[in-house]
Design a protein around this ligand. Sequence first.
Ligand code: SF4
Length: 444
Amino acid sequence: MGRPGFHCITFGCQMNVNDSQWVERALISRGFEMRPLEEADAVLVNTCSVREKPEQKVHSTLGRIRLANPAAVVGVAGCVAQQMGEDLARRHPQVRLIAGSDGIAAVPDAFVRLLEDPGLRLSYLEFTDAFPDRDPCLAAGTGDGGAPVAFVNIMQGCDNFCAYCIVPYTRGPRKSRPARSILEECRAWVARGAGDITLLGQNVNAFGRDKYGDGTSFPDLLRMVAGIPGLRRIRFVSAHPRDLSQETIDLFAELPQLCPRLHLPLQSGSTSMLAKMGRGYTMERYLSVVQSLRQARPGMALSTDLIVGFPSETEKEFDDTLRAIDSCGFMSSFSFCYSDRPGTRASAMPFKIPREVQLERLSRLQALQNDRAEAWLRSRVGMATDVLLESPSHRQDGANLWQGRDPWGDSVNVLLPEGEGRAGQFVDVRIRAARKHSLMAVPV
Ligand code: SF4
């Protein structure tokens, strides 16, 4: 009998992508191989409930799996699994595994058991008492094994309960991972060739400030990670503007490994909206954080998240958000129309904004942001930078073009002499041209 086949479908944020890649490596280390959906023995759907209509998306995905591969064992993990629980398996009999946010660590062994025992159904919905640590299984390289860029979870969950957000309900309370285990994983990635590591968590600036912390603060952790020989770039996401301390900001001046690019979710440019959202900071405080960051690291690029049409948002409050794009100098943003998430405070708020008004505001905001994003890329033409090569672009004209990222996180295409270039190589370049979403460069 051949090796069992596995297929993974992932929705949502980088934390979900990271979880799915870990499940893939853990299954490969247990003898599985990756296969297309139609040929897989086991299929995992790793879900997200942040965007709109998440449940509908999961139901339609499960319907698609049933048509494509009715014999496969199906597992559903992540935020929607946490919310809907065993109801999912009742509605879709093909689903034999349900794993909530802390249950991901149990998924690989669960699939092994489910394939051995056709009568078995498993569910892991409890929040664990500490960070659900796991062997990173780096020896089982999949597409990301030995990758130049790595993502390392440093915490799970969130205690903030922003009025619109479902994450504290689906990911549970904040739990910091022990620093020793984070450092071990970072060192292992660097030993496998990673030159750029992003530390991941829902609110990384609050790392260590929960009962599961081991006494290491977030700035302490950044200094420790920066001390790993061979690691050239460090990033972190998500940062909460309220919890971003001056000590962390100062590290942008102190640690050359910290990249000059930060994603700092603003959500609204109006202080009254921020108060209703329960964000815990004013626009004034946000602007002073932006100023401090740019003092610590001149040329710092900032991106953000913006919510349009939160309950009771007036035209004036929306204009404040438009103005914030320029006053903060955001080079990119993820923007969404507000929509209710069950059980959140905002879902019970009056004065919901009609959908057509939300969409009209969103399109104005995105037009402005696209303009600023293109201006940002144009401003980079002529600059010298370094690019960490990730993969060759397969061009029809046969040119040896490589794609990678620079410290600002921009996607850069580098034209190299024939036969040169490898994934994981740093190349010093000069930016020659800006396209709509990327830059073109040549080596110097
Ligand atoms: S900080 Fe707010 S928006 Fe971010 S995960 Fe926590 S509750 Fe959600």
